[in-house]
Design a binder for this molecule. Sequence first.
Ligand code: HEC
Ligand code: HEC
Length: 261
Amino acid sequence: MKSLAKHRRHPAAVLVVIMLGLLLTGGLYAAANTATEARSVEADALLIEEGKRLFLEGCSSCHGLAGQGSDNGPSLIGVGAAAVDFQVGTGRMPLANFGAQAPSKAVEYTDEQIRAIAAFVASLAPGPSIPSAEDLDFTGVDVARGGELFRANCSQCHQAAGRGGALSNGQYAPNLMKTTPEHIWEAMLTGPQQMPVFADTTLPPQDKKEIISYIESIRASDDPGGWALGRFGPVTEGLFVWIGGMLLAVILAVWIGAKVR
Ligand code: HEC
Ligand code: HEC
């Protein structure tokens, strides 16, 4: 007993205890990890099965029984989970009417069902996946740079203020003020209709984060009151003040002139 107490005070004892602790927690962590991994693969299989059922019921009439496409809808092989989450999550799919563009409308599936259909479509062939929690973590993101990227890549269609605008053939770039960060990310990754695909090679994840933060920031500043003046920035605001000021000066001059006479 006495000798053990002596050993305990030995400097190396601390090291031994720390090493033991690390080994133990590491081992436990690894064991827990493989257990959850095994469970998630099983859950995936169930999810895909459920997704397939929903797909056959609600999507296959246009996209084919195996997602290969038909006269009524394009092939979904390789579009990935991101495209499904975007199209179904914004209510564009299932398509209600054939027109120039599938509009966003009330969402017809629960989040869990959308995940299932997405998992099924992703199981057909690899494609862009739904953004992770890490992708959607916006702490410390450079919003100003996001503004520059937005003006360089997005504003020619969605307008400087992200309020959307008309394109050719009766199509339009929608207003971005109601879209969730997750769906903005997926729109960039999958490029619906006339929108180009902004793959991670051309627009790295960090750039996507910055763009989304910028869109969120203009949404947050959404009309603090007064006139938005089209939100074209200092030029319109300056012009407005200038014209207003001129008018006021003219009125004042006329008034002063009238007083003298
Ligand atoms: C009435 C026919 C119809 C139904 C039903 C339908 N779709 Fe579509 N889908 C289309 C058409 C047409 C397009 C192409 C037009 C477009 O992209 O706006 C399309 C496009 C898509 C795309 C985009 C593909 C790409 O290349 O990015 C996805 C993903 C999709 N559909 C998924 C689904 C899912 C999932 C369902 C079932 C919940 C579904 N659709 C139901 C007709 C349909
Ligand atoms: C060439 C024109 C064009 C450019 C450039 C473009 N988009 Fe789009 N965008 C579109 C069109 C068209 C749609 C509608 C597609 C549809 O409804 O199927 C769209 C849809 C979207 C949506 C879905 C909005 C909704 O309805 O919920 C988001 C988000 C989006 N774009 C973000 C962006 C961002 C961010 C950029 C820049 C990185 C960008 N877009 C660049 C044309 C464009």
